[in-house]
Design a protein around this ligand. Structure first.
Ligand code: TXA
Ligand code: MG
Length: 330
């Protein structure tokens, strides 16, 4: 009998629990998050699709469930400013805004504390992190019960409108997530305002807190920046920590050429493997760690080759990231 190539893993459909807005419902939601599973929950803006922001697999599952074609960075939700200070560095401006607008529909992009233990998938390998303290009582109860950082994009399939009711969440994601906490309709209905304070204040997305209100609070006009965080030009010397490997990257490699570090997937074995079983969720969870490790092993002027990843489902986001790593850099 001949060995069969690893077939792409078919997504396991799961029964999605609808949890009540009660202590028991919140306790169950927190338990699921601790298991690394996904729970949609109401915030005052829209429903979020939550997963443990420290757990690589949980964060990879968020991208998988939404069918996102790219690893754009996610907002990390926290119960209060004190918890948020564990994950990012707050300067005086950030402290002022946090004290005035949290809890509420304001997300701050701040310098990441790299050793704080967030999955690199949450920040897409950036040195900044988006933090938000939501005001919705159920979101607050869930964050308190869970006791850790929750990564949560809006709880809709990629490219569809954001959900403001549990029924909207189920219409898009039933069978792909463990549970939704039903808290009725969201009050604000538009996403949080995203403000970068990694440098001069920059509005990355208009939202629940008007830009003029932030300008008045800061006493300076906001610049309006690109929403695509990954496009921020990185200062020289920062490349390694952005996980843009210093090594040259070759894609779709069936084997290593002389001097190359090979990163395998499925049947292609290497010095590392993104997933020996060819599981795209596992591969996504490993991606940023392996980019960094392979780069370290390759050394200055080194070369890394990646085995082919099927370009479907989460594989598309993985390939998008690898193509960027392989693109010529100026
Ligand atoms: O109201 C909201 O903010 C909702 C609820 C669930 O909290 N969440 C939400 O998340 O809208 P999402 O993933 O749909 O939008 C996150 C946005 C993305 O446009 C992303 O590029 C940006 O935040 N973002 C996240 N981290 C960033 C970073 N480090 N730098 C710049 N932009 C960042
Ligand atoms: Mg969204």
């Amino acid at each position: 009998m001949t060995a069969t190539a690893a077939t792409p893993t078919l997504r396991q459909m799961e029964r999605t629990e609808t949890l009540p807005a009660s202590d028991a419902g919140i306790a169950r939601a927190a338990e699921l998050l601790r298991e690394g599973r996904l729970v949609a929950f109401p915030t005052e803006t829209v429903y979020g699709l939550g997963g443990d922001a420290r757990n690589d697999q949980a964060v990879a599952r968020i991208f998988d469930a939404k069918g996102r074609p790219r690893f754009n960075p996610l907002i990390v939700h926290l119960p209060d400013l004190a918890a948020a200070e564990g994950y990012a560095r707050f300067d005086d401006r950030a402290l002022e805004l946090a004290r005035r607008f949290w809890p509420g529909p304001l997300t701050l992009v701040l310098p990441l504390r790299a050793q704080a233990g967030l999955s690199p998938l949450v920040t897409a390998g950036l040195e900044t992190v988006a933090l938000r303290v939501p005001a919705h009582p159920l979101a607050r109860a869930l964050l308190a019960a869970f006791g850790g950082p929750v990564a949560a994009p809006s709880a809709n399939p990629s490219g569809r409108v954001s959900p403001t009711r549990a029924a909207h969440v189920l219409a898009g994601l039933a069978g792909r997530i463990a549970a939704v906490v039903d808290g009725g309709p969201c009050a604000v209905g538009v996403e949080s305002t995203i403000l970068s304070l990694d440098g001069p204040p920059r509005l990355l997305r208009p939202g629940g807190v008007p830009a003029e209100v932030l300008e008045a609070a800061l006493g300076v006009p906001l610049t309006h920046g690109p929403v695509e965080a990954g496009q921020r030009p990185s200062a020289p010397g920062q490349l390694a920590s952005h996980y843009a490997p210093a090594a040259a990257v070759r894609l779709n490699a069936r084997g290593a050429e002389t001097g190359e570090i090979l990163v395998g997937f499925g049947p292609v074995h290497g010095d590392f493997t993104l997933s020996a079983s060819g599981d795209p969720v596992e591969a996504a969870a490993n991606l940023f760690h392996i980019l960094r490790e392979a780069d370290r092993l390759a050394g200055p002027g080194g070369r890394i080759a990646f085995a082919p990843i099927p370009d479907e489902g989460l594989g598309r986001a993985i390939n998008d990231r690898l193509r960027r790593a392989a693109a010529p850099r100026g």
